[in-house]
Design a protein around this ligand. Structure first.
Ligand SMILES: *Cc1c(COP(=O)(O)O)cnc(C)c1O
Length: 377
């Protein structure tokens, strides 16, 4: 059996080596390393895949979030609502920009932002909501967009883990993750569902004016060369990364199918185990399984992890500490116990190996070892 990894990028590369290598060599031969034609090609192809008017390639997913917020014209002290159970990036960019992060609890089954909690957190200073489509399924966008409309708020989707996931609204429209709010952000970090071989990210929008502003912000605040109308940053997707992404994009739907197949295998195997709650896919969204995350109950999670590790099965805890309990974000407004669902999840989640290259032999072995560890922990 091949060694089991959380993510197996090497085996994935072996299958499309010729396409990737050709793309990379094309960039080197052209010497167009920054803003080359490969970046424009990938941008165009991703726009088509997503069905969105504008894709703005940037340096990474965190930059994408920062640039999105910089384009909204927010003022210091304006409040931005984000979930407390997630990766740090959303709260981080809000804090860096001098805005006030307001965190809310999440739903126990979907891990995504609890919309009723968002509604309770809205104040006259609230300007934007940043939902995170955590682990690969979309947050409740129908309710969030309706709420945002009622309160005249921007919605910036963190689609770093959910590229390719679809959401169907009550009026029948089906849209791709990151293309439902005013702005969507994604990351092409290597282990993401569409990952490059370094850092990369992109911003999506259907709004021409916001697109223009965000292109300028990402390029030193400049629309006309050496004329700087706003404070910007320097954030670019480099051409070699664009070549890798352009080679991988045609495979994205197959990659999603491979992840779903592995998830279905796990789901079936763990169904009915009293200690294991498997992922729940909410109505109206599809799931692209960036992570396959169990909730364990009535057992010692650390013991389970140790036994798995000893058997050669890696596992991870995404995420062990909610934002409101992180040292850098400790704040008189929040204390332990304020967000009970997030705190409960942080104590019981366990993510299993999930990638495009898991075969039946590996899946059977992982399942066997998880069952064994769970019954002995
Ligand atoms: C990966 C990730 C980011 C940040 O992306 P980088 O490209 O690493 O900057 C932001 N939010 C979420 C939910 C992520 O998973």
């Amino acid at each position: 059996m091949r060694t089991i990894q959380m993510v197996d990028l090497r085996s994935q590369y072996d299958k499309i080596k010729a396409e990737i290598d050709a793309g990379i060599h094309e960039v080197i031969d052209s010497a167009a390393f920054v803003k080359g034609p490969k970046v424009a090609d990938f941008q165009e192809h991703l726009q088509q895949y997503l069905g969105v008017r504008h894709v703005i390639p940037v340096g990474n997913g965190t930059d994408a979030l920062q640039i999105a917020l910089m384009a909204l014209g927010l003022k210091p002290g304006d409040e931005v609502i984000t979930p407390t159970f997630t990766f740090i990036a959303t709260a981080e960019v809000v804090a860096l920009l001098g805005l006030t992060p307001v965190v809310v609890d999440v739903d126990f089954d979907t891990f995504c932002m609890d919309v009723s909690a968002v509604e309770r957190a809205i104040t006259p200073r609230t300007k934007a909501i940043v939902p995170v489509h955590l682990f690969g399924q979309n947050a409740d966008m129908e309710a969030l967009m309706a709420l945002a409309k009622r309160h005249d708020l921007f919605v910036v989707e963190d689609a770093c883990q959910s590229i390719g996931a679809a959401y169907t609204f009550a009026d029948g429209r089906t849209l791709k993750s990151g293309c439902m709010g005013h702005i969507g952000c994604t990351s092409f970090f290597p282990s993401k569902n569409l990952g490059c071989y370094g850092d990369g990210g992109a911003i999506f929008t259907n709004d021409d004016d916001l697109a223009k502003k965000m292109r300028a912000v990402a390029n030193h605040g400049m629309e006309v060369r050496y004329h700087h109308d706003r404070v910007g940053v320097n954030s670019r997707l480099d051409s070699i990364q664009a070549a890798v992404l352009d080679a991988k994009l045609p495979h994205l739907d197959d990659y999603i199918a491979a992840r779903r197949r592995a998830a279905a295998y796990y789901d079936e195997a763990f169904a009915g185990n009293e200690h294991i709650l498997t992922p729940v896919v909410a109505a109206h969204t599809t799931h692209v399984f960036h992570q396959y995350t169990l909730r364990l109950q009535g057992i010692d999670r650390d013991k389970v992890r140790d036994m798995l590790a000893a058997a050669g099965v890696p596992s991870m805890i995404y995420y062990p500490v909610p934002l409101h309990l992180q040292k850098a974000y400790r704040d008189a407004r929040y204390k332990a116990g304020d967000f009970p669902v997030a705190e409960r999840l942080a104590a019981c989640v366990l993510s299993l190996p999930m990638h495009t290259e898991l075969d039946d032999e590996q899946l059977a072995y992982i399942v066997e070892q998880v069952e064994k560890a769970v019954s002995n922990a």
